[in-house]
Design a protein around this ligand. Structure first.
Ligand SMILES: Nc1ncnc2c1ncn2[C@@H]1O[C@H](COP(=O)(O)OP(=O)(O)OP(=O)(O)O)[C@@H](O)[C@H]1O
Ligand SMILES: [Mg+2]
Length: 213
């Protein structure tokens, strides 16, 4: 059972977007998938409530109420959506739930600063320091060929954690969310540029680099 948590103390950087898309992808590939929402705002669970019946099943779990207790034992993937503003004790508690942590970061000076501080805090969590949890950073909502994306790109390359991909700002993410789908379940002619951008990130998730040895 693989536990992948999407986390950043900064609000609005794309945690729920990454979590719902990952869950939709793994489910559509035939894996037993659970989507655990640790945020009482319930963005991931709301998305799941919009999901049409004919699409691959995802088990939704209100982690903010009862943790991972009701995750089905046969789950292949457990995707965890963490709330914003998690620090210290709560952060430590959450990190115990996963072996892989994805941190989305937006291309804005405020977000870059806040995320840098969050990553530093995360690197000091015992489980991460002992390499029992692996971190990957993802640039999100980028507009390629803009100065601010170049700055973010440079910034993320200098971090002490792997920079595993960038995702553009696209209406597809909004469209998919409204329909309870992942971008991987949208028609190819619409979503192929986004599918391509996920490849390095999915490759990292598939590799040993994202899992403790
Ligand atoms: N790549 C993207 N392209 C376009 N819109 C995006 C993208 N990623 C996220 N968004 C939009 O940005 C907003 C914030 O995203 P999301 O809710 O996933 O962030 P979050 O980190 O979960 O926020 P919170 O901290 O409130 O939980 C949403 O309206 C979402 O649709
Ligand atoms: Mg969210």
């Amino acid at each position: 059972m693989r536990h992948i948590m999407v986390m950043n103390s900064k609000g609005g950087c794309g945690k729920s977007t990454l979590a719902t898309n990952l869950a939709g992808l793994y489910a559509s590939e035939g894996f037993e998938t659970a989507l655990v929402d640790y945020d009482p705002q319930r963005s991931s669970l709301d998305w799941l409530s919009l999901r049409p019946e004919e699409y691959a099943k995802i088990t939704g779990i209100a982690g903010y109420e009862d943790g991972l207790r009701s995750v089905p034992r046969n789950a292949d993937f457990v995707i965890i959506d963490a709330p914003a503003r998690t620090h210290e004790k709560e952060l430590n508690e959450l990190v115990r739930r996963a072996e892989t942590i994805l941190v989305p970061v937006l291309p804005s000076p405020i977000d870059m600063r806040a995320s840098q501080a969050f990553i530093d805090e995360l690197l000091n969590v015992g489980k991460v320091a002992r390499k029992q949890a692996k971190i990957g950073v993802v640039a999100n909502r980028v507009r390629e060929y803009t100065l601010i994306f170049e700055e973010l790109d440079d910034n993320l390359q200098q971090l002490k954690v792997p920079y595993v991909g960038h995702l553009r700002e696209a209406q597809n993410y909004i469209r998919a969310y409204q329909r309870g789908l992942s971008i991987f379940e949208l028609p190819q002619y619409l979503a192929w540029p986004d599918w391509e951008q996920w490849e390095p990130l999915l490759e990292w998730l598939d590799s040993k680099r994202s899992q403790p040895s």
